[in-house]
Design a protein around this ligand. Structure first.
Ligand code: ADP
Length: 175
């Protein structure tokens, strides 16, 4: 993001985040209860995934990059005895009790960014853009009362800026 572009219109984080209302839900992974196979299916498409306590709670645990996830699962399958598609993927600190005959889990907590940047849904976009610039963020999560709602990537911001410039060229000052 160019530091000199001012972002002066009144959009909020909730206006820029994905998913949009008509889109499929945000793709998340749960910290426990998913198998290797389910995690691989859930993590196609995007470059990163919020990890949540559970689908019901949508409480954020951390953020994992798709690249790291794929490499680590691949490594575990090759190097860790007994890991199969039905092995559990765990992002928890302590492994939950498993049936004695269950395949060994793949433990991936070390991949997590445990404090991914988040903004509340009604944060003005000018503030959000400022944070992106100052912290060099690639993405930021959006929450409402601590519940995960969506994600904003750097590209989403650039697209939104371009749209706003088309609609109302005076709303963005290029100096
Ligand atoms: P980029 O925006 O750089 O192409 P991604 O491939 O991660 O990065 O994201 C593509 C689009 O999908 C963006 O609009 C982004 O907001 C959205 N997106 C990113 N991650 C997720 C996710 N986990 N669930 C749903 N949408 C996502």
């Amino acid at each position: 993001l160019e530091p000199k572009e001012e972002f002066e219109h009144k959009s909020l984080a909730v206006d820029v985040m994905r998913p949009r209302r008509a889109d499929p839900a945000l793709a998340v992974l749960t910290q426990e209860g998913m198998t290797v196979e389910e995690a691989l299916v859930a993590s196609t498409r995007y470059s990163g995934f919020p990890v949540v306590v559970s689908q019901e709670s949508q409480r954020l645990v951390g953020f994992v990059l798709r690249r790291d996830l794929l490499i680590s699962i691949d490594n575990a399958r090759q190097r860790q005895e007994g890991v199969v598609s039905s092995s559990q993927v765990l992002f928890t600190e302590h492994p939950p009790a498993q049936a004695a005959d269950a395949p060994p889990p793949v433990r991936l907590r070390s991949l997590l960014d445990l404090s991914p940047f988040t903004v509340a849904d009604h944060t003005p976009m000018d503030i959000t853009v400022d944070i992106f610039r100052k912290l060099g963020l690639r993405q930021c999560l959006v929450t409402h009362n601590g519940r995960l709602l969506g994600i904003i990537t750097k590209k989403d911001i650039l697209k939104h800026m371009a749209q706003m410039a088309n609609r109302d060229p005076d709303s963005i000052l290029f100096n």
